[in-house]
Design a protein around this ligand. Structure first.
Ligand code: NAD
Length: 498
């Protein structure tokens, strides 16, 4: 009998009564690591009711106590970083270095949450009228919902529940059903750090559980990370009910290589940024825009990529792991086939790669295309695999036109030694995260994550600094400190009593 992944309801890890279960698979072997339940409606109701009760007490907990919980939590996470990384390396297939990074980028968000007293601080203006002051206060929202994807089972849950709770909310977390194990360990540590029962509840499942939660009248705000179609569905469902939602979605990230770029730097950056983590990163570079003669560098990149091999998470010689499921492998391979039939030149073909000792793994090797045009499926679709498209343009203007025509806007970068080109690109490109001589420009949480266009839905770009604005409401109070019958009211109230 495989391990049963529990729900967390009111501080207790409980086995679901649901008979509808999904297997959690090791993507390198297809071994069933555990079974994850699709929670019943009764269990979801119990979780929401418990979260409502926990919220009543938590919203009035001193902000310093909320901050101290985060301090204890970040300390535990740092102690257990390696243990969490090893758990997620097994069910995602990430190599250990990547897995350590996944946990670390989440810890940085918890560090940001430690700073909650300063982050929720309001503003005051004295004497907006004579002896009348206005000040703003931030207040929590209630029961919030977090829905996470498979590719960062530590970092992305940690984008959500620490900031939500530090701001004074409760949260129902719905982890990816494909990789719930490390997320559960994060939650155990949150309880160990002193989180009160019910503050974070964990409900497992797939679309049915998401939809039930989204439509529940007591869930007031939803943070989602995942693919574009699901993000759009979550966003529309929540906002149709006039609820708050922020949805981080898919991507197709372009890297522009200018003729004056340093070739060695470009090559070194490209290998990791394109096929690292098997290309299963929302910030991976999947299109290289070679300007002018630099297109010749595609052949050198091909040479490098031929020597990059996938392998198991604990193989120190493996550059990256398997893709998440056999279905994902099949989809990637059929997109590679479509690239060839639609006329692109496949310089490196990652299909059919074999990893010794792992005959059943979802392996796809590095794949590089040139002569790609924008009407091809390999250009238009987010492949989410180690597949890279090269496009040749003749100028920075053409590169900007291409990147700005993309329906996505998550990340981009430019490699150049010209300050003028870099400044212009930074200014004119319609993408949220911009790297200059840096391939994957993910900001630290004292900034915020800012996908544009189809890569983000919602108006409060967030996970770090602006997460506070997502998870709180602002109220402005105008106070007349010397209210007497004869005194006029505040500045906007020109209906004077005179
Ligand atoms: P996904 O959209 O398949 O699943 C995400 C979550 O939504 C899961 O918890 C899943 O259970 C739930 N879900 C799936 N189908 C649903 C449906 N029809 N209705 C309601 N809920 C549903 O995404 P994934 O495959 O787990 O993750 C990969 C995607 O996430 C990629 O597109 C990637 O670019 C994106 N991503 C984006 C960011 C970002 O910050 N923009 C970060 C990481 C990943």
């Amino acid at each position: 009998m495989p391990v049963q992944v529990p729900l967390l309801i009111n501080g207790e890890f409980v086995e679901s009564t649901s008979q509808n279960k999904l297997p959690v698979l090791n993507p390198a072997t297809q071994e069933v690591l555990a079974e994850v339940p699709c929670a019943s409606e009764a269990e979801i109701e119990l979780a929401i009711e418990g979260a409502k009760q926990a919220y009543k007490a938590w919203k009035n907990t001193a902000v310093t106590d909320r901050s101290r919980l985060m301090f204890r939590y970040q300390h535990l996470l740092k102690e257990k970083q390696r243990e969490i990384a090893e758990i997620l390396a097994v069910d995602t297939g990430k190599n250990i270095e990547d897995a350590m990074g996944d946990v670390w980028r989440g810890i940085e968000v918890v560090e940001q949450a430690c700073n909650i007293p300063s982050l929720v601080m309001g503003e005051t203006v004295e004497n907006v009228a004579r002896e009348v002051d206005t000040y703003s206060i931030t207040q929590s929202l209630g029961v919030t919902l977090g829905i996470t994807p498979f590719n960062f089972p530590a970092m992305i849950p940690l984008w959500m529940f620490p900031m939500a709770t530090a701001c004074g909310n409760a949260m129902i977390l719905k982890p990816s059903e494909q990789v719930p194990l490390a997320t559960m360990r994060l939650i155990e540590l949150f309880i160990e750090a002193g989180a009160p029962a019910g503050l974070v509840q964990v409900i497992h499942g797939d679309k049915d559980q998401v939809n039930y939660l989204l439509n529940h009248e007591d869930v007031v705000a939803t943070s989602f990370v995942g693919s574009v179609p699901v993000a759009a569905h979550v966003y529309r469902t929540a906002t149709n009910q006039l609820k708050r939602a922020q949805c981080f979605a898919g991507a197709k990230n372009h890297m522009v290589v200018m003729p004056d770029a340093d070739k060695a730097t470009v090559m070194n950056a490209l290998v990791g940024a394109t096929v690292g983590a098997a290309g299963q990163r929302c910030m991976a570079i999947s299109v290289i825009v070679f300007v002018g003669e630099t297109i010749k560098w595609a052949d050198d990149l091909a040479e490098r990529l031929r020597n990059v091999k996938p392998g198991a998470w604990d193989d120190p010689n493996a550059a990256f792991g398997p893709v998440i499921t056999p279905a994902s492998k099949q989809r990637i391979e059929s997109l590679i086939e479509s690239g060839i039939t639609q006329g692109a030149t496949c310089l490196v073909d990652g299909r059919g790669v074999v990893v010794d000792g792992y005959p059943d793994g979802n392996w796809v090797g590095p794949t590089l295309f040139k002569d790609v045009s924008t009407n091809m499926d390999i250009y238009q679709q987010e492949i989410f695999g180690p597949v890279v498209c090269c496009i040749n343009v003749d100028s920075l203007d053409a590169a900007l036109d291409l990147v700005n025509s993309s329906p996505y806007g998550n990340g981009t970068s430019i490699f150049t030694q010209s300050g003028i080109s870099a400044r212009r690109y930074q200014h004119e490109v319609e993408v949220g995260q911009v790297g200059i001589n840096l391939p994957i420009p993910v900001p630290l949480p004292f900034f915020s994550f800012t996908g544009w266009k189809g890569s983000f839905m919602g108006d409060l770009h967030a996970y770090g600094k602006q997460a506070v604005r997502f998870y709180t409401e602002t109220k402005t109070v105008t106070s007349n400190w010397k209210a007497t019958e004869n005194q006029s009211s505040g500045p906007n109230m020109s209906i004077s009593l005179k």
